[in-house]
Design a protein around this ligand. Structure first.
Ligand code: GCB
Ligand code: CA
Length: 893
């Protein structure tokens, strides 16, 4: 062995390579796991045969598909992973730890049949020392048991996001010497920085290093810290000796350094230092361990008078929240997607990220450090607590994991806990018991606050509350954290936009001196839905645009609002939700696969330091409308820009030159049938910046009767003011209108609206079974007498779309609609006849009894139209009122 080492060293020198052999190595063990989604007896045992289990790699979740399918619920229980790992004999004198970046949510690891440790909680990192269980020079069987069952002692108890189970982040093996910078303290780096004084002249840096000596001999060490600046120049080296007793761990070692003329860290200039901590055997000078941590030097303050102040300058914090999931992948994301998300926020001009509602992948934090994104990180106590010791203990433990794991991140300025903790009062109606519950919540909040301040005296704390001021105030929660957070949805879940402004001003009046962060605000956008007459709760892009235009203005006008986080950066999975896209919360300003919605484009125009010209409606590529006298169809287009003026061209022709007001230039675009190329030119002082957008416009002839040769298809949603685009089918649906001779439309009836506690909603938002085109079925016309289309002679396919939105099968209360629950509006039987051109094609149709409520039913007919008769569909009631949800007419010949 010795010979081999010396040969190696010799050959390094021979090649002229000055390599330092690293005293610690870390490599991932993500591949080649056998997996089964059930509990299996003896699965931890070495001899267990896992040959018929499936083969998976980490990151992995077992809920990627069942949390998005049409069966309510998803698997919440035990899953096992197994693999063997060869650990070479030359590792004999090493300490070996396994490091999990996260697994949801209870995990136990077995190495060679023996338990190596357990961890509770789905979002924090953890490590186990497995040195004693490993067999060197042999294959070692690793068996991991994970459980994502509901556990009343582990936060979160409930939340508006899917609790995907599995080992969904990277897993590493870490080899160190037995004398090392401790790897065991909350899976942290074992090195902790405080910067109690930073200014332009100097920064005071206190470093606490935890040291472990796993050897049976006392050893004298030299601990050295090198401070390297962003140009890779070592600006300071400090070293000190310490006698480290045998068999000890996590022995704190303190050093205080002063960095002169520091390069300051800020969003515009995120200068990072590296602190490299090395420990040497003082006698032999052998390098025993080496750890690198990022260091950013900045000072900051949250005030009501000047807002947030960074390095002496006021800075409004604007950004988003973020959930860690992606289209089809659930929460099992590769690092690259995490990286991409933080870049998306930076490119938007954002400087603030609320890492909601739980600690995320370390690479997210790394990106925030590097790109200059200020963050708050939080533990996932959401909606409610369990009033017992175990829940308290686990919550505090989680808070400590969070704090220690991201302790040195310059990006982190705020530790957050308890999101909307009074949303779900467990003792509704029992005011005495509820008071006690308030006290329990208050007591837990105080404990967490106390623990965080003890572990990290410098940073701020934040507690995000929903819009029920009185409850939080009465429970004393508005007083405990250093900053108060508000999640506000006025004008979405109910009410009007301006109630956002009055809520804030009233709350500030009562909480003088407390800085506020708008920790959430947003409105759902199904990226397939659009409207020229947007309404609250219609899920259209255009409604959300108005919502955000109002909110951001109110936020910018108020100094005591030190920052705001849009809810949310991305659409995200929430299994219990129904909505226009079931199982998804659509409040993202990008989609599940991160295509930017208009709201993203708007914020980019407002906050980016680059020159921005973004034509709105980029996700609305197929449009439709009825031809006017010039055979065109005027529809509005917004261009988001930070130019002074914008010119807009349609197919090369200038159609307007508009002043940009609040970063928006508005145009009425006379679309023509077929290809429409829009080009926007932003007129800046010294240059022009362009953006273009191609739109396929499907012109509906105004004179349908004489449209031979131009009419091909029409798709109409009844009772709707919305447009719906299906990108894969390349179809576009348009709102209904009343019939006029020569044209098309309904006769009689009225548009269905959904009654809720906060007024009528323009459409149902229940999951429609049997379709992914839910919005087509979520509106309807009730009491309809006929639908007529005066199409030219020919053969047509007519499809009638039905879904009973008011069936008496009671639908469960949608818990996440923040008090916006539906009011019962079920109907008894509806039976009706449907005839097409006088032939009764659907006698005694009873949709609810035949198919059940909220189920998509499409009836397709071939219709021969002759002698200019057009298409006339008649609805004749037998019992109750007839209805129709949508109709598609397609010309065959
Ligand atoms: C909230 C919650 C968040 C939800 C959001 C919503 O207030 O904090 O978890 O996703 O509202 O969309 O309703
Ligand atoms: Ca990772």
């Amino acid at each position: 062995m010795k010979n081999l080492v010396s040969i190696l060293i010799l050959s390094f020198f021979a090649l002229g390579v000055y390599a330092t052999v690293s005293p610690r190595t870390k490599h991932s063990i993500n591949e080649n796991w056998r997996f089964v989604r059930s509990d299996v007896e003896n699965a931890m045992q070495v001899q267990f045969n896992d040959a018929d289990w499936s083969l998976v790699s980490f990151p992995h979740t077992w809920n990627a598909s069942d949390a998005a399918d049409e069966t309510p619920g998803f698997y919440r229980g035990i899953g096992w992973y197994r693999r063997s790992i060869q650990i070479s004999a030359d590792k004999q004198d090493k300490q070996i730890s396994i490091f999990f970046e996260g697994a949801n949510q209870e995990l136990e690891l077995f190495v060679n049949g023996k338990s190596a440790g357990k961890h509770l909680g789905g979002y924090t990192r953890f490590s186990f020392d497995i040195t004693k269980l490993v067999r060197f020079g042999e294959q070692n069987i690793f068996a991991i048991k994970v459980n994502n069952r509901h556990n009343e002692n582990i936060p979160p108890l409930s939340a508006d996001f899917t609790f995907f189970g599995g080992v969904y982040r990277d897993v590493f093996l870490l080899f160190t010497n037995k004398i090392n910078v401790s790897t065991s303290h909350y899976a942290s780096a074992g090195v902790y920085f405080q910067t109690p004084r930073v200014n332009h002249q100097e920064a005071l840096l206190e470093i606490k290093t935890l040291l472990t000596n796993g050897n049976p001999t006392n050893t004298k060490l030299r601990v050295e810290h090198s401070i390297v600046n962003s140009q890779n120049k070592t600006v300071l080296v400090n070293s000190k000796q310490i006698q480290l007793a045998k068999n000890t761990s996590e022995i704190p070692f303190l050093q205080t350094l002063i960095i002169k003329n520091p390069d300051l860290w800020s969003p515009d200039s995120p200068s990072l230092y590296k602190v490299i901590t090395r420990i040497y055997n003082n006698k032999t000078n052998e390098l025993l361990d080496e750890v690198l941590q990022p260091l950013g030097l900045r000072w900051y303050e949250f005030t009501t008078e000047n807002g947030f102040v960074l390095n002496g300058k006021p800075l409004k914090l604007i950004g988003t929240n973020r959930h860690q999931c992606f289209d089809q992948l659930g929460n099992a994301l590769p690092d690259e997607i995490h990286v991409r998300d933080v870049k998306l926020l930076k490119d938007m001009g954002g400087n603030f990220l609320r890492i909601s509602h739980y600690p995320q992948d370390p690479v997210v934090m790394e990106m925030c450090d590097k790109l200059g994104i200020i963050t708050s990180v939080e533990i996932p106590i959401v909606n409610a607590i369990t009033e017992n010791e175990a829940f308290s203990k686990n919550s505090i433990e989680m808070a400590r994991e969070m704090v220690f794991q991201d302790y040195n991140r310059p990006s982190v300025l705020i530790w957050t806990y308890m999101n909307e903790v009074l949303l779900r009062l467990p003792y509704k109606g029992d005011s005495i018991r509820n008071k006690q519950y308030f006290q329990s919540v208050n007591a837990l909040a105080q404990k967490i606050e106390h623990q965080i301040r003890l572990d990290d005296p410098q940073r701020y704390t934040l507690l995000p509350m929903h819009g029920n001021f009185n409850d939080y105030h009465e429970a004393g929660l508005t007083q405990i954290p250093k900053i108060v957070g508000w999640n506000l949805y006025q004008g979405w879940y109910g009410g009007r936009f301006d109630q956002f402004d009055t809520f804030l001003d009233n709350a500030q009046e009562k909480l003088k001196g407390k800085p506020f962060i708008i920790t959430e605000y947003g409105a759902d956008v199904d990226p397939r839905l659009h409207s020229l007459e947007p309404q609250r709760f219609d899920y259209t892009q255009e409604y959300a645009n108005l919502y955000h235009e109002h909110y951001i203005k109110a936020i910018m006008e108020r100094k005591y609002v030190v920052g705001a986080n849009i809810w949310n950066l991305n659409d995200f999975y929430s299994e219990e939700r129904e909505n226009a896209v079931p199982h998804v919360n659509n409040k993202g300003i990008t989609t599940l696969s991160r295509e930017p919605k208009d709201t993203y484009l708007q914020y980019q125009a407002m906050f980016s330091s680059q020159r921005v010209v973004n034509i709105g409606g980029q996700l609305w590529k197929i449009r439709t409308g009825i031809a006017d006298a010039n055979n065109s169809c005027k529809q509005p287009i917004k261009v988001y820009s930070n130019a002074e003026r914008v010119e807009l061209f349609l197919n090369g022709r200038l159609i307007g030159n508009q002043k940009v007001i609040n970063n928006i230039a508005q145009f009425e675009v006379p679309f023509v049938n077929g290809a429409n190329t829009l080009e926007a030119v932003g007129l800046f002082q010294s240059e022009k910046v362009r953006d273009d957008l191609k739109i396929d416009f499907r012109m509906i002839p105004s004179d349908l009767k004489n449209s031979m040769g131009t009419f091909n298809e029409i798709n109409i949603m009844l009772g709707s003011k919305r447009y719906f685009e299906n990108k894969s089918k390349a179809t576009i649906w348009l709102p209904e209108k009343e019939y006029q001779p020569g044209s098309w439309g309904y006769v009689g009836g009225k548009a269905y609206t959904k009654p809720t506690r906060h007024g009528q909603q323009p459409a149902s938002d229940s999951d429609i079974l049997g379709t992914t085109e839910d919005p087509i079925f979520q509106t309807k016309r009730v009491g309809i007498e006929a639908f007529k289309l005066d199409v030219p002679d020919g053969e047509y396919t007519v499809s009638l779309f039905f879904a009973e939105l008011q069936a008496s099968t009671s639908s469960k209360m949608l818990v996440y609609n923040l008090g916006n629950e539906a009011i019962d509006n079920t109907v008894n039987e509806r039976i009706f006849d449907v005839s097409i051109n006088k032939t009764n094609v659907l006698p005694k149709l009873n949709i609810a009894s035949e198919f059940g409520g909220n189920t998509a039913v499409v009836k397709k007919f071939s219709v021969l139209v002759q002698n200019g008769q057009g298409i006339s569909i008649d609805f004749d009631p037998v019992i109750g009122e007839p209805f129709l949800n949508a109709i598609r007419v397609y010309r065959n010949y």
